[in-house]
Write a protein that binds this ligand. Structure first.
Ligand code: DON
Length: 313
């Protein structure tokens, strides 16, 4: 009927429309600058990709430009560690929302060096410790794991970002040494931090990220290759923790407004898992005060609403 906007027929058209809607909004927030190398990114980048389980990938905007995945790397590290060490991991890191910033230290002392969950920095550092302790080269193992998931052999680490993380990683070092004092770090702290900084500095595009995380929407089986990455119990657990803690102190709001397991990083990337459908990844570098991408959240919310994707509906 005239005057009533027609809903786009195809996901690709929908993504283009959402991109345009997003470009029309003020580009609010600020690029992460506590790691100087991250501050150099063009704040106007905007991209989105949807990878469906049948192999279709829909894109709009800067979806094929690699960016610093930062905390989204915590999903890859966690998956690898869960497969490698099994349930022992849960003696060293819990699965509760923290109610604090991603890099907060206060709770860690009260709670005897056991981080609240694997998606805050302290938890990801414990996960990094298990990888360093269980692989002869944890960095090579993680890179290989990610390249294989994304089916992209040229995924790389941005050495400038890695070095910048090292130089400006005092707070992460404080978290790691505090946990070492509680005997919750086994390996050498410098090696553990080096692994953590390395994984944060991996560069991937929205397409790479959406494709690589398909197993989370598919009960552990990677779409396309059919490879079993982990068992369905693990994907249920990872998705559950992404829902409760992946967006840090904004996880409740994200569940309320979008209703999908999600994980953000201070590079401005944001991934959301839609069980039995696929993975959405959005990128826009400017962040809100929680460290989540402003326009990334807007775009994923729009996709979820238009396609009716909430897991709670
Ligand atoms: O640990 C840090 O400070 C960063 N390299 C990663 C943090 C991050 O992406 C938090 N997410 N919003």
């Amino acid at each position: 009927m005239e005057g009533i906007p027609q809903r786009p027929k195809h996901t690709a058209e929908l993504l283009q429309e959402i991109l345009q809607r997003t470009q029309a909004l003020p580009n609010e927030g600020a690029v992460a600058n506590y790691i100087p190398a991250l501050a150099k990114v063009d704040p106007n980048h905007l991209g989105i990709a949807v990878a469906e389980l049948d192999g279709k990938v829909h894109i709009a905007g800067d979806a094929q430009i690699p960016f610093s995945i930062q905390s989204i790397s915590k999903i890859f590290g966690l998956t690898l560690a869960m497969e490698r060490v099994g349930d022992q991991l849960w003696n060293r890191v819990r699965m509760e929302p923290s109610g604090h910033a991603f890099n907060s230290i206060v709770q860690l002392e009260w709670e005897h060096g056991i981080p609240r969950n694997p998606f805050i920095n302290a938890g990801a550092i414990v996960v990094a410790d298990t990888l360093v302790s269980h692989y002869s080269s944890s960095r090579a193992a993680l890179t290989q794991f990610i390249r294989n998931l994304a089916q992209n052999p040229i995924i790389f680490v941005d050495e400038v970002v890695w070095e910048s993380e090292r130089e400006h990683g005092a707070r992460n070092a404080a978290l790691a040494y505090l946990m070492k004092s509680f005997n919750n770090i086994e390996a050498n702290v410098v090696d553990v931090l080096d692994h953590y900084f390395y994984q944060c500095a991996i560069s991937m595009s929205c397409v790479d990220l959406a494709r690589s995380l398909g197993f989370l929407a598919n009960r552990g089986v990677q779409p396309g290759t059919g490879e079993v990455i982990c068992d369905p119990r693990s994907t249920r657990r990872i998705n559950a923790m992404m829902s409760t803690s992946g967006m840090y102190d904004q996880s409740g709001e994200f569940a309320f407004t979008v209703g999908l397991p999600a994980k953000g990083g201070v590079g401005g990337g944001l991934v959301a898992v839609v069980p039995d459908y696929g993975v959405i990844c959005a990128w826009s570098p400017k962040l809100n005060s929680y460290g989540n991408s402003y326009r990334g959240m807007f775009m994923i919310r729009q996709v979820a609403e238009e396609l009716g994707l909430s897991v709670y509906s």
